[in-house]
Design a protein around this ligand. Structure first.
Ligand SMILES: NC(=O)c1ccc[n+]([C@@H]2O[C@H](COP(=O)([O-])OP(=O)(O)OC[C@H]3O[C@@H](n4cnc5c(N)ncnc54)[C@H](O)[C@@H]3O)[C@@H](O)[C@H]2O)c1
Length: 337
C-alpha cells in the first residue's frame, strides 16, 4: 500500500509526530486530494498545548490541518462533480449526522501529502488564486467573514472593535473595511499587530493595556461606544474589556477560543443596556467560500500579504513554534508537502 508523510497529534500525550501512514483511499462519495498548501492556525497551537480538545474524534490520534488547498487526485464511487487535476479548497468542516465535525480536529486534516474529503465539502479554486492564498480562505478569512456578516450582522457605518489582530483579526479588519464599518478600532498588545491593523484599514489601533482606552473609544464613537466588538484573541480579559466599551444594544462576538469561564462583571448594566454576547464558530462554507473567492477574483480583496512564510511539511513543529512565539510576527505560515 502506498505510504505518505503526515503530521499527527497523539491527543493523550499532546505529542506532534511526523509519521509515514498509508495513503487513504477515497470511499463512495469521497475524493482524495493531493495537498498543495496547508495553513497553521493558533487553534493548532491550542490542540497541541492542551487548551483545545477534539470532541468527536474516533481514536486518539489525528492529522492536523484545517486550512487546506490542493488538486483532485482520485475520486470514489458515485462522484461525478470532480475530476482529477482540478484545483480545490477543502472545507474546514463537514456535517456528519447533523453534527459539525472539524477537519484536522475531529477527523484527519491536511498536514499530509494527501487528504480525504466528502465530494460536497470542496470548492473549486480559480486558476488566478495561488494555492497558498486559497488554503487560508477556509478559517483565517471565512471565519471572520461569517462572524462579521452573519453572527455580528455588521451594517454600514457601524462602529466596530477588533481585539487581536493576528491571523484572523487582520482579515477581519480588511473585511470590515469592505462592508463599510466606521470607525474600525483595532486592539492588540503587540505594536507590530497594531501597525498591521492600520495598514489593513483600521482607523485607530490601541494597546489593549492602554489605561486611556475607554476615553479613546468614546472619542471616536461620539460617546456611544462600539456597536459590535469582536474577540479574535481568545483571551478572557478581552471579553470583560470589550463589554466596558460596548454601545447600548451592542453585540460582543466571541470568535477566539478559550476554556476559561465567561464573566460579565456587571450583570445589571449588561441587561439594562440590552447587550448581547454571541458565540461564533467557522462559517457556512458552501456559501462563504464562493463569496470570498469571487471577491478576490473581482479585485475587492487581496490576501497575498497574509502569507508570512512557506515551510516544508516535515517542519510542521517548527511552524507551530514560530506562530506560538510570534517569531517574525507571522499572519499565516503555510506548510507545503
Ligand atoms: N471560532 C472559530 O471558528 C475559530 C476559528 C479559528 C481560530 N479561532 C481562534 O481565534 C483565535 C485567534 O486565532 P489566530 O490564528 O488569529 O491567532 P494569532 O496568534 O495569529 O492572533 C492572536 C492575536 O491576539 C493578540 N492578543 C493577545 N492578547 C490580547 C489581548 N489581551 N487583547 C487584544 N489582543 C490580544 C495577539 O497579540 C495576536 O496578535 C484563537 O483563539 C483561535 O483558537 C476560532
Amino acid at each position: 500500500m502506498a505510504q505518505m508523510l503526515a503530521a499527527r497529534l497523539h491527543v493523550p500525550s499532546r505529542t506532534l509526530r511526523m509519521e509515514e501512514v498509508p495513503r487513504p483511499q477515497p470511499g463512495p462519495g469521497e475524493v482524495l486530494v493531493k495537498v498543495e498548501a496547508a495553513g497553521v492556525c493558533l487553534s493548532d497551537v491550542h490542540l497541541i498545548d492542551g487548551t483545545l480538545t477534539p470532541l468527536l474524534l474516533r481514536g486518539d490520534t489525528v492529522t492536523l490541518g484545517h486550512e487546506v488547498s490542493g488538486t483532485i487526485a482520485e475520486t470514489g464511487d458515485g462522484v461525478t462533480a470532480w475530476t482529477p487535476g482540478q484545483r480545490v479548497v477543502l472545507h474546514a468542516g463537514e456535517e456528519r449526522g447533523g453534527v459539525v465535525h472539524t477537519r484536522g480536529v475531529d477527523y484527519d486534516g491536511g498536514w499530509a501529502e494527501y487528504a480525504l474529503s466528502a465530494a460536497g465539502a470542496l470548492t473549486l479554486l480559480p486558476d488566478a488564486i495561488p494555492f497558498d492564498q486559497g488554503a487560508i480562505i477556509p478559517d483565517a478569512v471565512s471565519t471572520p467573514w461569517g462572524a462579521i456578516t452573519e453572527t455580528g450582522a455588521v451594517r454600514p457605518a457601524e462602529a466596530v472593535g477588533v481585539w487581536g489582530v493576528g491571523g484572523l483579526g487582520v482579515h477581519a479588519v480588511q473585511l470590515l473595511r469592505m462592508v463599510g464599518a466606521c470607525p474600525i478600532v483595532a486592539l492588540d498588545p503587540s505594536p507590530v499587530a497594531r501597525e498591521r491593523a492600520l495598514a489593513a484599514g483600521a482607523d485607530l489601533a490601541l494597546d489593549s493595556a492602554d489605561p486611556g482606552l475607554r476615553e479613546a473609544i468614546a472619542a471616536v464613537t461620539g460617546g456611544t461606544g462600539l456597536a459590535a466588538a469582536f474577540d479574535f484573541a481568545g483571551v478572557p480579559a478581552v471579553r470583560e474589556q470589550a463589554l466596558t466599551v460596548l454601545a447600548p444594544k451592542g453585540r460582543l462576538v466571541l470568535v477566539g477560543l478559550t476554556d476559561k469561564p465567561l464573566n460579565v462583571a456587571d450583570g445589571t448594566r449588561f441587561s439594562y443596556l440590552q447587550q448581547r454576547i454571541l458565540g461564533h464558530y467557522g462559517s457556512d462554507m458552501p456559501v462563504s467560500l464562493p463569496q470570498l473567492l469571487r471577491l478576490i477574483e473581482g479585485g475587492r480583496l487581496d490576501f497575498s500579504g497574509s502569507i508570512s512564510g512557506v515551510l516544508p511539511l516535515a517542519q510542521a513543529a517548527a511552524a507551530v513554534a514560530r506562530l506560538e512565539k510570534k517569531e517574525g510576527n507571522p499572519i499565516r505560515l503555510i506548510l507545503r508537502p
